[in-house]
Design a protein around this ligand. Structure first.
Ligand SMILES: [Zn+2]
Length: 214
């Protein structure tokens, strides 16, 4: 009986399949017409930031393969930048976002995890060995988060830059809190006698915040 249920296959018939093909063709045509005419995209043509960063290239499982380029997208005025990559089996990929200090050195702002549908699902602070950027305490990070700015017109991919900028600004309070949690973790590591928590490979994510309800 159980086997029968498990092996049962639903056949919707050819009408159903034809309807799907027709719908896809209609969607593609409508989208191409809108893009060609410079019209706003329909609601169903949701912007997918991961696909925008990939730009049609294969998503390779490699931390050193950055999209859309090694440096990523940079605001030529603020010096803030970001890139996308994929090196965690449990996720589709993530963006690393960077501000810049007074000496021009990059400061990691936050990691934004993206699922296959292009939705931001998690914000994370990472350990120093992950990004190679220097430590700034939570109070100092608050200033860098405030200063993080990507003006779409200053970048090569305005819509993608706008998505990253808005995501950071929208969750500004949560990111602030993540850095206070990270500092609490650091204090705890010192208390436990960890000689170099920043290079400790056992700790990659130091604090994180889910953007989706589970
Ligand atoms: Zn990464």
């Amino acid at each position: 009986m159980m086997e029968g249920i498990l092996s049962y296959e639903v056949d919707y018939g050819t009408d159903h399949r034809d309807a799907n093909v027709n719908r896809r063709q209609f969607c593609t045509r409508t989208l191409m017409t809108a893009v060609a005419a410079g019209l706003p995209l329909p609601v169903w043509a949701k912007f997918n930031p991961a696909e925008a960063a990939l730009g049609g290239r294969t998503r390779t499982f490699d931390p050193h393969q950055h999209y859309p380029s090694e440096v990523g997208i940079q605001d030529v005025e603020s010096g803030c930048r970001f890139f996308f990559h994929h090196h965690r089996p449990e996720e589709y990929g993530h963006f690393h976002t960077f501000g810049r200090d007074e000496y021009g050195a990059p400061i990691h702002i936050v990691m934004i995890t993206i699922n296959a549908a292009g939705v931001a699902t998690k914000l994370t602070t990472t350990n120093q060995w992950v990004t190679g950027t220097r430590y700034v305490d939570a109070a100092g990070m608050s200033t860098f988060i405030d200063r993080f700015s990507l003006k779409p017109a200053n970048t090569k991919q305005p819509q993608l830059a706008s998505f990253i900028h808005e995501t950071v600004k929208k969750h500004r309070t949560a990111i602030d809190r993540l850095y206070r949690e990270r500092d609490a973790w650091l204090a705890e590591q010192k208390r436990l006698g960890n000689p170099s928590p920043f290079t400790d490979k056992r700790h990659e994510e130091l604090s994180s915040y889910s953007l989706v309800s589970t």
